[in-house]
Design a protein around this ligand. Structure first.
Ligand SMILES: NC(=O)c1ccc[n+]([C@@H]2O[C@H](COP(=O)([O-])OP(=O)(O)OC[C@H]3O[C@@H](n4cnc5c(N)ncnc54)[C@H](OP(=O)(O)O)[C@@H]3O)[C@@H](O)[C@H]2O)c1
Length: 169
């Protein structure tokens, strides 16, 4: 290992790999996408807002693939994965992160909030994984964003986001 190089250049664990991040246009997903790119990956990000996707792609770096899609419906997911498949031949790692934190006071959680969170975080994550499977490289990895809120309550708040699918080959 060349110790003269900056740390970011020494750890190129994703060189030659393609990494997909849902919700990679801002927040935790953008940070993950930038980390994959720093370690050499070609990055694919999916989110709804095309303007924010463009900003994120500039922050992540050259070669970033952006796909604008709504991942809260199976139709949106299928369209997104078709577009990903048109741009890359495989995905080596996927971070399924798109979602809503869904933290509100108990009495403020209405049906629309519940549906938005569960359609994106739970249904969307599951069907995204299902649609993505044919594109996954052998030995590829899928990581789901979770939440410590599933284990620990916060005073005065109710949280809807901890539920996530699990998958094991
Ligand atoms: N922040 C927290 O305190 C916290 C705590 C525990 C868990 N989490 C989880 O961490 C993940 C990221 O949280 P964050 O705070 O970084 O969120 P954020 O800043 O609000 O970013 C959410 C990302 O998901 C995308 N997204 C949301 N709905 C989508 C949809 N229907 N289809 C496609 N993309 C969608 C957003 O882009 P568009 O809006 O343009 O679609 C954005 O890129 C979430 O899954 C959340 O449940 C967060």
């Amino acid at each position: 290992m060349n110790r003269e190089l900056p740390v970011a250049d020494r750890r190129r664990r994703f060189l030659g790999k393609t990494c997909l991040v849902t919700g990679g246009s801002r927040g935790l997903g953008l940070a993950a996408a930038q980390a994959f790119a720093r370690e050499g990956a070609r990055v694919v990000i999916i989110a709804r807002d095309p303007d924010q996707l463009k900003i994120a792609a500039e922050l992540i770096g050259d070669g970033t693939v952006t796909v604008a899609a709504d991942l809260s419906s199976v139709a949106g997911i299928k369209a997104a994965i078709s577009e990903v498949a048109a741009q890359v031949d495989r995905v080596d790692a996927a971070y399924i992160n798109a979602g809503h934190a869904g933290m509100k006071r108990l009495d403020d959680i209405d049906e629309a909030t519940w549906d938005r969170v569960f359609d994106t975080n739970v249904k969307g994550s599951f069907f995204l994984m299902q649609a993505l499977r044919p594109l996954l490289a052998p030995g590829g990895a899928v990581v789901f964003c979770g939440s410590a809120a599933g284990r620990r309550a916060s005073a005065g708040t109710a949280r809807t986001e901890p539920a996530r699918p699990r998958w094991s080959t």
